[in-house]
Design a binder for this molecule. Structure first.
Ligand SMILES: Nc1ncnc2c1ncn2[C@@H]1O[C@H](COP(=O)(O)OP(=O)(O)OP(=O)(O)O)[C@@H](O)[C@H]1O
Ligand SMILES: [Mg+2]
Length: 266
């Protein structure tokens, strides 16, 4: 059985707007998955269903055998952690340390474990020097890493990052790659929503494309980035290298620079 399953899930917001329709997907542990698609496609709605922040209005979401309708978000957050699209929707403490401490405390970890988890999450996310600062004295990029650390410190097996690449510079993107690879090496699953196709090509194996409330494709990244019909339907761009290799009439389905070098040498 998969760790997380969405079975024919639809969701209507309280104002009656139907944001997603008949979505099914499964995730096993140790996977790295990107969810892509244009603004308003339903990506954030889909991932909020995964940790019970919202419950399906049709269909079922199951986490490690638990139907999310029967559990609170606090109970589910031990298993699935969600890092908000906008860090300011998540941060509410006046010290970075207290912000990261909140989740592990709430799920009842021991004092020693909480301290250990905070320090290792802060080290992984590069925010160790700022633990005594007020989060709102720090720039957006660091606030995003604080929210990532807060979720990692709860040690869930599945972690969802909602647009972690937005507003990040080159060094922060490298830090994000490091975080994602380190988590998947530990056997965790990382699901990331992003509009940065280069970041997807470099960091994920599986890619899910969403458009108009639905999942329109779910496959390995090479299949997705060379399926031009799917990219057009999802209104997403092919990575620059793949576009260039098409212009150069290279025969291989290139997504990485080393593949392009090999192909050019042929
Ligand atoms: N609280 C809400 N009430 C009503 N409609 C909402 C609410 N939140 C989102 N929506 C609508 O649901 C649709 C899907 O929104 P969602 O945030 O899931 O999209 P998204 O794919 O994450 O987009 P983006 O790339 O802009 O973050 C949009 O049309 C949005 O306006
Ligand atoms: Mg979104």
């Amino acid at each position: 059985m998969s760790y997380l399953t969405l079975e024919d899930v639809s969701y209507c917001y309280p104002d009656g707007f139907k944001a997603i329709e008949n979505i099914s997907m499964k995730f096993d542990l140790g996977e790295s998955v990107a969810i892509i698609g244009q603004n308003g496609a339903g990506k954030t709605t889909t991932v909020k269903l995964m940790n019970g922040l919202i419950k399906p209005t049709a269909g079922n979401v199951t986490v490690d055998g638990w139907n999310t309708k029967e559990f609170t978000t606090a109970q589910l957050s031990k298993k699935v952690g969600y890092v908000y699209q906008n860090p300011d929707d998540q941060i509410f403490h006046n010290k970075v340390y207290s912000e990261i401490e909140f989740g592990p405390k709430k799920i009842g970890l021991s004092k020693n474990r909480i301290k250990e988890n905070i320090l290792s999450a802060a080290e992984l996310t590069g925010i160790e020097p700022y633990l005594d600062e007020h989060p709102y004295d720090l720039p957006y990029s660091l606030r995003k890493f604080i929210t990532i650390a807060s979720v990692i410190a709860m040690n869930p097996k599945l972690i969802i990052l909602d647009e972690p690449t937005a507003g990040q510079d080159g060094n922060s993107l490298k830090r994000l790659s490091h975080i994602i690879h380190s988590l998947t090496r530990q056997g965790k699953t990382v699901i990331t929503i992003t509009h940065d196709m280069e970041f997807v090509a470099e960091n994920f194996n599986r890619v899910i494309v969403m458009a108009n409330k639905r999942k329109i494709a779910d496959s390995n990244k090479r299949e997705i980035f060379w399926n031009l019909d799917v990219l057009e339907a999802g209104k997403v761009k092919q990575p620059h290298l793949s576009q260039l290799s098409r212009k150069l009439n290279l025969q291989d389905k290139i997504i990485h620079i080393d593949e392009m070098i090999l192909s050019l040498k042929k």
